[in-house]
Design a protein around this ligand. Structure first.
Ligand code: UDP
Length: 329
């Protein structure tokens, strides 16, 4: 039986497919290649190009594959874009999961692990954020993912489809051998942008806001290595295979780094000066997102291997240096 990975050609998806193949799983991938890269998909995985919202296509894939469980990454995930184009997010992210769950129901597939996000919490009332904290998103991206969680819950109640929602905090890094990594067009995320400056592809980093209620005034985020995140998906799938109940888990390091601290860490990891200046706040950004992640560690037995941002950045730097134009190289 196969594990079907939707969005398996994306950044986190491709690293998870790689890990699944390494773990000896039979893997099939669906991706519409709007933001994903065909070259990033491990060659041992079967690949289907198409859209999660296309029910006919999805039915064909499920007819062809004997799907045991689904890992669902296929979504848009850029906070500022979601503020400008909320309907794009509700259509693809929220609408996409409705089609997917219909097809799963019709094919009697009862296990799904999917990407949720720290953005479902919004501005936290206390930090670190635990899984039962209030979820009041401050942007449509977070709202689209919160709706996905709620839809999953009711499909569990009605159809017995068991899910694990993995609420990612901030993801960075690349596979240590530099063969796969992060490649977004346009790039909007902090770590790859800092590294584009380090590589001379951009003049400077603009830090969005230094008037937040944090020690140095810049936003604080919690960074996890993409390979550690990939491992959590496999553990979550195994958790469902063992017959456990649906649950949400935070995936973070439980340590916060401010945007300025990330800049300093990147200067150390790369040995480059990395010019930076302060700019205005970016709409939709909560000031601080730091995870309480004991549940994933205790229940899933998640043991992240990367425990400091400098080493996470170093793997991303290796990828940036060997692939200055991403997958076009
Ligand atoms: N950020 C920044 N300059 C950039 C890109 C991002 O200051 O060029 C900040 C952003 O405002 C946020 C943090 O970096 O405070 C992390 O943003 P990112 O887009 O990487 O992830 P998010 O937390 O939005 O998922």
């Amino acid at each position: 039986m196969s594990v079907l990975v939707l969005g398996g050609a994306g950044y986190i998806g491709s690293h998870t497919v790689d890990r699944l193949v390494e773990a000896g799983e039979d893997v099939a991938v669906v991706d519409n290649l709007i933001t994903g890269h065909r070259q990033s998909v491990n060659s041992k995985a079967r690949f289907y190009e198409g859209d999660v919202r296309d029910k006919e296509f999805m039915n064909q894939v499920f007819d062809q594959e004997n799907v045991e469980g689904v890992i669902h990454f296929a979504a848009f995930s850029i906070v500022p874009e979601s503020m400008q184009e909320p309907l794009k997010y509700f259509d693809n992210n929220t609408g996409g999961v409705i089609t997917l769950l219909e097809v799963m129901k019709d094919h009697d597939v009862k296990k799904i692990v999917f990407s949720s996000t720290a953005a479902t919490y919004g501005e936290p009332k206390s930090v670190p954020i635990s899984e039962n904290a209030d979820q009041e998103p401050t942007n449509p991206y977070g709202a689209s993912k919160l709706m996905m969680e709620q839809i999953m819950h009711w499909c569990d109640v009605a159809y017995g489809i068991k899910f694990v929602a993995l609420r990612y905090f901030n993801v960075a890094g690349a596979k240590a051998d530099g063969s796969i990594g992060e490649d977004h067009h346009p790039e909007t995320h902090l770590v790859p942008i800092i590294l584009e400056v380090a590589a001379g592809k951009r003049d400077k980093l603009i830090i969005y806001g230094n008037d937040y209620d944090t020690a140095d005034g810049t936003c604080i985020r919690d960074y996890v290595h993409v390979m550690d995140l990939a491992d959590a998906h496999i553990l979550a799938l195994n958790y469902l295979r063992e017959g456990n109940n649906s649950q949400a888990f935070n995936l973070g390091s439980s340590t916060g780094f401010s945007n300025l601290e990330m800049l300093q860490a990147a200067r150390k990891a790369t040995g480059q000066p990395i010019p930076a200046e302060m700019g205005p706040r970016r709409a939709g950004d909560p000031s601080t997102l730091v995870a309480a992640s004991q549940a994933a560690r205790e229940i899933l037995n998640w043991q992240p291997q990367y425990d400091d941002v400098e080493s996470i950045i170093a793997t991303a730097w290796q990828w940036t240096q060997t692939h200055p134009n991403g997958y076009e190289d």
